[in-house]
Design a binder for this molecule. Sequence first.
Ligand code: PEP
Ligand code: MN
Length: 357
Amino acid sequence: MKNTNKISILNLEKPVLIAGPCSAETEIQVMQTAKQIAERFPNAIFRAGVWKPRTRPNAFEGVGEPALKWLQRAKEETGLPVSTEVATAEHVELALKYGVDLLWVGARSTVNPFSVQEIANALRGVDIPVLIKNPVHPDLQLWVGAVERIAGAGVKEIGLIHRGFHSPTTSAFRNKPTWELAIEMKRQFPDLPMICDPSHICGNTELIPLVAQKALDLDMSGLMLETHIHPDLAWSDAKQQVTPEHLQQIIGNLKARTAEVADETGKNALSELRENINKLDTDLLQMLSERMQVARKIGEFKKNNGVTVLQVARWDEVLNTRISAGEMLGLGKDFVTRLYSLIHRESIDIQNQLMNS
Ligand code: PEP
Ligand code: MN
């Protein structure tokens, strides 16, 4: 089976599945993994890292050009389109020479505008889909900038990959999902498909189903999942790779969702609930506005009486009583704490401005 059609990430049936090893290691590993994926998912896109950005030197840094021949063979024999990460102009040139169908910019490149621009320049006049991973650091502007640079080079089909963000605090994840950043990126680029990469978010295989389902629930366009015939023996990212069989089980257990409600009754029920939310939000904003007006009056009083803006004991009392009240109303402690921190900060800002006016 030979695949000669150009792939279009915008026209692939959702959810898109990109599966394959973290790294192309040997011809046998690439061929066996690709075949086992193709048997189970004939519409998948095969992935394999050919050049690997490793944090420390002397780790396995990818096979390089010879691995591109294996990808070419995998594509010819399975019919799956193939994809790889590019980080330099030379990578782009070689990937194109060997007929790679889709490229992605890695998280360590997205943080570096020089790298992204070099890749963009190499892509000028080339018709190939490019996926852009979020930067390692939780900085949305770097991600936006990378999209602008690649789009600026005339690349027509751009997609995004959400692979989680580095965080200084330890968590169950290798890279914190920080879903709100992915959602904001989707808001800013509603026409770009976003693929979730649970493998790099989780760093292990146990949490993958949970993250993959959450991605589908957030209406992401597909999943990138690192898949290896012998994950334990993988030369990179061994802990987070699944076997093709395990992949089938994970995908089989996912619940598909659609952004649109199909039937009229469902549509009406949803719009009624949304109307309800709209009304509550109007009331909420009205009350917040009134609360800030009272905060302003308190600020005037403090100014006229030479009292400090911040009184820690009062803030502590407000926070604790609101947390207890919230808990009785079924609102989580974390949520109420974050909400009141925001409200309190705004009140303090209003009063500070008054003091200095
Ligand atoms: C990869 O996909 O193998 C990879 C290196 O990912 P990231 O750029 O997300 O770290
Ligand atoms: Mn990897």
